[in-house]
Design a binder for this molecule. Sequence first.
Ligand code: ADP
Length: 506
Amino acid sequence: MYHPLLEKQAQKHLGTKALESGEYEQFLKAVNESYVNFERDKELSEHAFSLSETEYADVNTKLREEINQRKRTVIKLIDTIRSIEKEEDFKELNDQNLEEIIDYLKVQIEKRRQAEIEMTLAKEVAEKAAMARSEFLSMMSHEIRTPLNAVVGFTYLLLQGKYLPEQDEQLHLLKFSAENLLALINDILDFNKIESGKVQLEKTSYNLPKLINQVKNTNFTKAQDNGNVIRVMFDTQIPNIVIGDPLRLGQIINNLVSNAVKFTHNGIVIIEAMLLKQTNDTAQIQFTVKDNGIGIAPENQQRIFEIFTQASESTTRQYGGSGLGLAICNGLLEIMHSRMTLESTPGKGSAFSFIVDMGYSQHAEEISITGNKDTVTDPDLTGTKVLLVEDNHVNILVATTFLERWNTKVETAENGRLAIEKIKANQYHIVLMDLHMPEMNGYEACKEIMKMKPKLPIVALTASAMLNIRDKAFDVGMVDYVTKPFEPNELYEKIRKNRLPLSSPL
Ligand code: ADP
């Protein structure tokens, strides 16, 4: 059997006879082989071709996918650049031109780098400015406090002594103004401290109802002057002993109560504390101070929380104040992770409230709250020998007048060096030490005295209320701290608390 085509052609051209004769057999075998080979090669080449065609299609699809992926990436890149760039800075980019995009990015990265350098510089400048401001405030407060010490001190003394009836109003006005000025200095310093992030909240156990009652008592006289009554509504579910910073919480509530008392006449001020939630160790408490006073117009309700801002221009003239109180409250609340809310209707009254989470413990021991300004009846320190170290003669006069009134035996030294000499030669129950003095300052003197008489209590007496100065005083071994102008009761209490026992031999 030959290849069908060869068979057909041989039949046609040679005829069956010739084929059967065997004459052409060799020749036809050879031709047949060529036919078969040709057929096989053809099949092979066709197969090979079809193979490379599918491979080609595969490669092609992959390539197309890659191109699409690249396109999508470039578009995404452009979108990202657009989203991080300021609208006005953004330049339309061609998504076909990767090189153009890279050049654009290079420029932008350089711009950012420059901006970062400028920002670091600006930050340094701002930090320096903040430090200068802080130093300026510290210095100014010192400068203002020293003369104010004399004004406040002598006004107290004058009011306690004999004076003409017509001087009564003038003296009370003098006391009011001096106290206002002092409060303003304290507020500025406090605000500065809060703003520069230097306030750290204390964590002590204290009696919350007692704290609120103290706030009520502090504002009692002013409330009476305005014909107001103060009521406390304390949720009995609240644990009595809580853990937190009593001075700062007291400061916030006191600010609100003193405003309420100030802006209300013949009305009622309510201090409310309500338990909202309680877990095993925390209590969420809402504090509200309400009054039925003059109220605040809706357009001023945001503004009054800004510094040095009051509801109206006439407020300072009529009511005093600096417009710092609420800004301080909000600053402190921010540190406590809370904020103030206000509801008020002009002519009807206001309600300021805030919510704080406080720790509590059934076993927490109560620590008495410092800064209690309750008046001491009959202050008496008979037998106490005090060394007053102070260079300013007005301050010496104010302090010694009080100290003598409390029956102490006072000696004075005008600087640290003289104090050391006196302490070598004499015995004292307590030393009141100014910090800034010529020749030898209070810190140096304290260090020397501690080497000689480590048990002798030294109380810092200074016009600066900056926290770092207080820390420095404690670092050198002082036991307590009184800022000038001093509250007589505070000075009295700190001497009584810290002096060496009168019974022990000196
Ligand atoms: P200051 O009382 O020292 O002026 P604050 O920051 O405490 O500063 O208060 C800012 C202003 O908000 C006050 O001057 C007053 O106009 C308004 N204000 C605050 N509390 C009350 C209140 N209870 N009733 C009416 N107005 C208030």
